[in-house]
Design a protein around this ligand. Structure first.
Ligand SMILES: [Zn+2]
Length: 343
């Protein structure tokens, strides 16, 4: 690490902690749009980690994960640099929307360009001011509107450094996922920066268990890569379960959904996941599982048209063991597992 570390016009010296408003654009009323950033630089050298939330403006669990992370006393002994960015898509955050005012999805616009669309400009600023200066990254997401996701890590596990970080995050379910063009993860990978994506909960809602698992996961990765001291009582290794494939089960008929299975639960081929019926509850259509697996995502809006995605099922070698570990994990997050991450 060099002695000078600069973001925007602000220099952060060793041992300093600073808040920065990074200029990204002007609105049409000439108001400045800024990304709020906090940089904590340890006295000793170490990795440079970005933790970002709100790439999709309505995914606010990540914003809360970053806020809670910043309040942790453990950061006093930090080695290296933590760049905490609670809200990347400040435009979408203010309009409670996933997108930018130009209707683009920021996570399809990386690495961006200086003279491109508004989304491309924001991506470019974030890349050049933050990502390019980092050695590691964690990007926080939740399900798109009207859906909920089980806390999970999505990562390209072919890279041993990423695999090590994914294991260290200590959530039971890890999805091996290829990189999508234009995503932050793909752009970071091109720069050789190992990056995890944490996914959990729903848009425009706080979910206590998801937030806790996110905060603990980030701290655990920071310990693993040498930014924080190991815990005095080193926790036992957590088993993680890697899904190599997943599929959406869609509504076979339009109607109103009654849910029979929740996220985190194991399903077997032929199991009824939900029942779709007419407004009188008379004409009924079953939604059934195609394969054995774990429900990792589901619709929360029970009004479905034929073909709408209803349940996201990931397949594992041994789904019953995964279900047990998800139950234990949920209990650890708040002392009960009755909510299935729904509260
Ligand atoms: Zn997202």
């Amino acid at each position: 690490m060099t002695d000078t570390f600069i973001i925007g016009d602000t220099e952060i010296k060793r041992g300093e902690r600073k808040r920065i408003s990074l200029d990204v654009a002007k609105l049409y009323d000439f108001t400045n749009m800024n990304i709020p950033i906090e940089v904590i630089r340890g006295k000793k050298d170490g990795p440079i980690l970005f933790v970002s939330g709100g790439i999709h403006g309505d995914e606010i669990n990540g914003v809360e994960i970053v806020r809670q992370l910043l309040s942790k006393k453990a950061l006093k002994t930090l080695k290296g640099t933590l760049i905490a960015v609670p809200i990347v898509n400040v435009f979408g955050f203010n309009t409670k929307s996933r997108y930018l005012p130009d209707r683009r999805d920021l996570n399809r616009c990386f690495p961006g360009s200086e003279n491109g669309s508004l989304a491309a400009q924001l991506a470019h600023t974030f890349m050049t001011e933050i990502i390019q200066k980092c050695t590691h990254g964690i990007d926080l997401h939740c399900a798109a509107i009207d859906r909920i996701n089980l806390p999970q890590i999505r990562a390209c596990l072919d890279d041993p450094q990423i695999e090590q970080m994914a294991e260290a995050f200590r959530v039971p379910v890890v999805m091996h996922s290829e990189l999508r063009d234009g995503s932050l993860r793909a752009a970071a990978k091109d720069l050789g920066i190992p990056t995890l994506l944490f996914e959990g909960g729903e848009s425009l809602r706080f979910n206590g268990k998801v937030i806790k698992s996110g905060v603990q996961g980030v701290l655990s990765v920071m310990r693993e890569i040498g930014m924080l001291n190991p815990l005095k009582n080193k926790p036992a290794d957590k088993e993680i379960f890697v899904a190599r494939s997943s599929h959406w089960i869609r509504a076979p008929h339009s109607g109103i959904l009654s849910v029979k299975k929740k996220i985190g639960q194991r399903v077997r081929k032929g199991h009824v996941l939900g029942i779709i019926s007419d407004p009188f509850g008379v004409e009924r259509y079953e939604i059934t599982a195609r394969r054995t697996g774990i429900i990792i995502g589901a619709a929360t809006l029970p009004l479905l048209n034929r073909g709408d995605a209803a349940f996201h099922v990931a397949t594992f070698e041994d789904a019953s063991t995964v279900e047990e570990h998800v139950d234990i994990f949920e209990e650890e997050m708040d002392g009960n597992n009755t909510g299935r991450f729904l509260n």
